[in-house]
Design a protein around this ligand. Sequence first.
Ligand code: HEC
Length: 329
Amino acid sequence: MRSARTFALGLSLAAATAAFADPLDDCRRGRGEARVTACGEVIKSNQAAADEKASAYRIRGDVRAAAGALADAAADYSAALKLKPGTAAALAGRGRVRVMTGDLDGALRDLTDAIALTPASAHLRIERGHVQLARGDADAAIADLNEAIRLNPTSESAFNNRGLAYRKKGDLDTAHADYTAALMLNPVYALAYANRGYLEEARGRKAEAITDLRSALLLDPSISGAKEALRRLSALDTLTQESERRISLGRSLVENNCSRCHGIGAAGASPNPKAPEFRTLHERHPLTALREPLRRGIAAPHDEMPRFQLSNADTDAIVAYINSLQMAR
Ligand code: HEC
């Protein structure tokens, strides 16, 4: 007992030393706070080259942006660009942060510079299209989204966003076709259902609107606009009942099939320490992305996890239950 304990301590010390030895590596590959600290060490270091400092600033910018520290993130991206001008990733990062702080003109400049450096990125076109639309320029948005779709014909968000741009121009038929195309590419795309639902509501097609808005909310209960639209259409109550039924079916499915390994509640650790607690799954995956692997009978890379046969309805119920854990937080 005693020697096992000493051994464990020795191991963790060795791990700590190794982590300390290469801050650049930790900055590139680490997680969370430790990553921010390691990047900070590279930035302060006298040994690091300008290139390395520039990537440390850029990576710290990404981590801070993801954590919502937008002003700090923008400062990091600017410092990265000062050390190494013309870095597409830093320009794109700063552009994204500027979108979130409402500096649309600054975002447009950054994304335009990033696109000039990496013209084949569909993703950057989608982002600039989003900025153009927010600035009220639907035609410029459509031009960017056309190019994004040319570069990546299976981008569901390009179709969804082009639908928004056509809607803004008043071309409702084309907008409808674009939302539908997005849903063909990704049948669990909650936002595209919501957008098509709003459009149907605007056209006075009440039944179609209700169907789409319900699909949106069953996939992602946090879309408040869809909830309001259903309330306007006096169709919210039945949805709430259906969603509660689904969540409680999901709870009993995971109690019976998953709780022997996974922590399934709002608190408490997993019985099997390797199995993640369900309430933390949203930190790793967008929850609707769980649906496909679950339906196929999930096979994580290192397979302690048993295979399952789940029907579509059971899968939806489990996803709804796991979603509800996040909503309750
Ligand atoms: C016998 C133990 C066991 C049971 C039962 C089990 N799991 Fe797992 N599950 C694991 C382990 C262990 C992992 C971690 C990855 C691995 O080792 O395969 C995991 C991973 C997962 C992941 C992936 C997490 C990630 O972030 O990648 C999901 C999702 C998941 N399980 C869902 C379920 C669901 C839903 C059920 C019930 C229908 C279930 N599991 C039942 C052991 C189990």
